[in-house]
Design a protein around this ligand. Structure first.
Ligand code: HEC
Length: 512
């Protein structure tokens, strides 16, 4: 994937996206850039060429998905199965022995035999399990719509032809991991609580780099269903990794991985679009995350059940964090607001930031709680990090920004990510401009005291403070993670997020 600009994209041009088999092979999605000033708008025009490195572009001539006269598997059947079934039936989690991610897997079937018999819908599990008064599948969820069942039935009756473009036939899985020609844009990174690992977003996967050795890092790959990994976070107890992402316009997904054995504990599908900004509560029992459906949700880690949702935002919810007591959630959005919500019942309490028009100059993309205080740091399109008190101690007066504790000097462009040090004394912040980026370490109590991190020539989308406060990691557009000394800002080491031999050599040379 080649992407310019912010992963919290305002304008995305996508060409030949695998999931959108448009005959013209060109899909242009214009996400309304409602919250940014014209200058920011111009600066964040992003071109996403998904196909560039591992999702090959769809070849219209060869297979012409959907041009056969009947029901197209690729265009009509596959989206239903992806959205409603694949969360429990894919390579990583074959409930009943069944994977539904391609036609070959359906023909192989599960413990009860093939899921379909071409030409015979009445003999096909794929139809019988979703039909009738009380359909068995999807398990514990709304039944398929009658029209969707009819689509499955007709496709099978017509011979269950597989019109998947040849180049997309082999879905990505742990056995068939992504192959990269160049490192993908990094949208999220996080140090493990023991500082031994750093988790880095890839395409369809998260890569865990072990940092203890001096030379090459050992890498573990956590390959899942979501094309896009938007956000990841280690649990405070260090046992789990939570991931929010999805496949645009198809589904959003939360993944919970067990780090001891690399097992996917939860893959929970929700919404029709990607999820963002995942965070854990203190005892690692809940995760909170936002979505392109403007919703804030909290999910129980052990069961995968969504236990809270809040719909007061009017644009994408990009960042979340729990209050110090863990009884409240803070969420930030492209709608320019930071909202406070009660975890137990999803009740919206307050706008923490000013609601006066013009007080905030652009959407907010990230929020982090101070490790030891009921205060939060946020930033976004106007580049200016700000520290706020979570709880209002004085009634709102129109025009006030009462909860603001301190504003810090702005970074160039828009801030994409920030992270507190373990004590809360410092924080690291990264930003992107049209062509470049910047990262800086700030001192929380003294806005004037900053360290600019050198050698950043590309937009920065992800930063993380190592728990021992000795190092920060900065990553973004070029797919390289740069590790800096947190006291003096010197570049200590660079590593490439994914296995790409030529680039690895270059990065090693750069950091020497
Ligand atoms: C929340 C998880 C979940 C979802 C979502 C789900 N399934 Fe299942 N499915 C299961 C489990 C668990 C089993 C095995 C136990 C059983 O048969 O009830 C199963 C079994 C099956 C089987 C039988 C496999 C065999 O060979 O025994 C079929 C067919 C099936 N599912 C189809 C579907 C379809 C089609 C959808 C989407 C419309 C779907 N499932 C969605 C959990 C799920």
């Amino acid at each position: 994937m080649l992407r310019c600009g912010s992963p919290k994209r305002d304008v995305v041009l996508s060409f030949g996206v695998g999931t959108f088999p448009l005959p013209a092979q060109l899909m242009v999605t214009l996400m309304p850039c409602l919250q940014s000033s014209p200058a920011v708008f111009a600066a964040v025009i992003c071109f996403t060429i998904h196909a560039a490195f591992s999702a090959p572009s769809v070849n219209a001539q060869n297979s012409a998905p959907g041009e056969s006269h009947g029901v197209s598997y690729y265009r009509s059947v596959r989206p239903i199965l992806q959205r409603r079934c694949s969360g429990c039936h894919f390579a990583g989690k074959r409930e009943g022995g069944l994977s539904v991610v391609n036609v070959a897997d359906l023909l192989t079937g599960g413990e009860g035999g093939p899921a379909l018999v071409a030409g015979k819908p009445d003999d096909s599990h794929l139809v019988s399990y979703v039909s009738g008064e009380k359909p068995e599948m999807p398990l514990n969820a709304e039944p398929l719509k009658p029209a969707e069942v009819e689509t499955l039935r007709t496709w099978i009756a017509q011979g269950a032809e597989d019109d998947t473009p040849a180049s997309l036939g082999n879905p990505i899985s742990a056995e068939n991991p992504p192959v990269y020609k160049s490192p993908p844009v990094i949208t999220s990174i996080d140090y493990s609580p023991d500082g031994q690992w750093i988790a880095v977003s890839g395409y369809h996967e998260v890569l865990l780099h072990q940092l203890s050795g001096a030379g090459e890092t050992a890498v573990r790959r956590l390959v899942g269903r979501s094309q896009r990994i938007e956000s990841l976070s280690f649990s405070p107890d260090g046992k789990l990794l939570a991931v929010a992402g999805g496949t645009p316009s198809l589904f959003g997904e939360v993944q919970i991985w067990s780090l001891a054995d690399g097992k996917l504990l939860q893959s929970v599908t929700m919404s029709h679009d990607t999820l963002f900004g995942i965070s854990f509560n203190a005892d690692s029992t809940l995760v909170a995350f936002g979505g392109a459906d403007n919703r804030l949700r909290a999910m129980e880690v052990a069961t995968g059940k969504v236990v809270m949702q809040m719909d007061a935002h009017s644009d994408w919810v990009l960042g979340t964090t729990f209050s110090l007591k863990n009884d409240h959630l803070l969420s930030v959005s492209r709608d320019r607001s930071m909202k406070l919500t009660i975890v137990a019942n999803g009740q919206f309490v307050d706008n923490v930031t000013s609601i006066t028009p013009g007080a905030l100059k652009g959407g907010l993309v990230d929020v982090q709680r101070h490790p030891t205080a009921e205060e939060v740091l946020t930033a976004g399109s106007d580049g200016e990090p700000r520290l706020y008190k979570i709880f209002r101690t004085q009634a709102r007066v129109i025009g006030d920004d009462f909860n603001l504790v301190r504003a810090f000097p702005a970074l160039p462009g828009r801030v994409c990510d920030l992270d507190f040090s373990a004590s809360g004394d410092k924080f690291v912040c990264g930003s992107s401009t049209a062509l470049g980026g910047a990262a800086r370490i700030y001192t929380t109590t003294d806005a004037a005291k900053t360290i600019d991190l050198p050698e950043i020539k590309v937009p920065v989308y992800a930063v993380s403070f190592r728990p021992d406060e000795q190092q920060v990691a900065v990553a973004g557009f070029d797919g390289i993670v740069r590790l800096y000394n947190a006291s003096n800002g010197q570049l200590e080491r660079s590593l490439v997020s994914v296995p790409v031999p030529a680039v690895t050599a270059q990065a090693t040379a750069e950091s020497n």
